[in-house]
Design a protein around this ligand. Structure first.
Ligand code: G3D
Ligand code: MG
Length: 189
């Protein structure tokens, strides 16, 4: 789940991006790692990952955190591949598209299959494409219901404008670090 690495004086966490096709997973990751948004849609075929270092102050101490974020692309339909992909993740960002209710309806399935493989992991929900105000079909309330149900943090994001994208990853990094520190401070059996 986490390891202290030689070249990097901090903690490393594996994170996966989950959610239906075309909800904006790749765009969110790109926006976060390069601060760019590609208007041209390219179906992601292979699994890719991007890593980014985050600094967070936790209980008065600055911590160096490396997030290694995996984006699995199109093969999500193969159950076994999906399991392999999720295995060992410390956190997940599960995304839906507020203009397509069916992507909201699929959230529970994504959440359950992730929980099954990573029961201890931290989950963040992204209600993405909030810039498309006129096309929005899923209001904020059902998002809050999901949040309570998953015991997750909920963010309304736009990969297009960049709204809240950095917050998603910063919050995840902080939560992962806090959890790790808590676990370390528990007396071992
Ligand atoms: P995926 O990785 O989840 O499959 P992508 O999704 O990141 O490939 O995005 C799918 C489509 O949604 C792309 O558009 C992309 O530009 C668009 N998109 C992603 N995030 C946002 C957003 O926040 N706002 C808006 N308006 N569009 C977004 P196309 O049209 O090329 O299919
Ligand atoms: Mg993609």
């Amino acid at each position: 789940m986490t390891e202290e690495t030689g070249d990097f004086d901090g903690f490393k966490f594996r994170v996966v991006l989950l959610g239906e096709a075309a909800v904006g997973k790749t765009s969110i990751l790109r926006r976060y790692t390069q601060n760019t948004f590609e208007e041209e849609y390219k179906q992601t075929i292979g699994t890719t990952f991007a890593s980014k270092d985050v600094e967070a102050e936790i209980d008065g101490e600055m911590r160096q955190i490396r997030l290694v974020v995996w984006d699995m692309g199109g093969q999500a339909t193969y159950r076994e591949l999906r399991r392999q992909y999720m295995k060992g993740a410390a956190g997940a960002i599960i995304v839906y598209d507020v203009t397509r209710p069916e992507t909201f309806m699929a959230m529970n399935t994504w959440f359950e299959s992730f929980r099954e493989i990573c029961p201890e992991a931290i989950t963040i929900i992204c209600a993405n494409k909030v810039d498309l105000e006129d096309e929005r079909m899923v209001p904020v309330e059902p998002g809050y219901m999901l949040r309570d149900w998953f015991q997750a943090t909920y963010y309304e994001t736009s990969a297009k404008t960049g709204e809240k994208v950095t917050d998603v990853f910063s919050k995840l990094a902080e939560d992962l670090m806090r959890k790790h520190l808590e676990e370390k401070s528990q007396p071992s059996m």
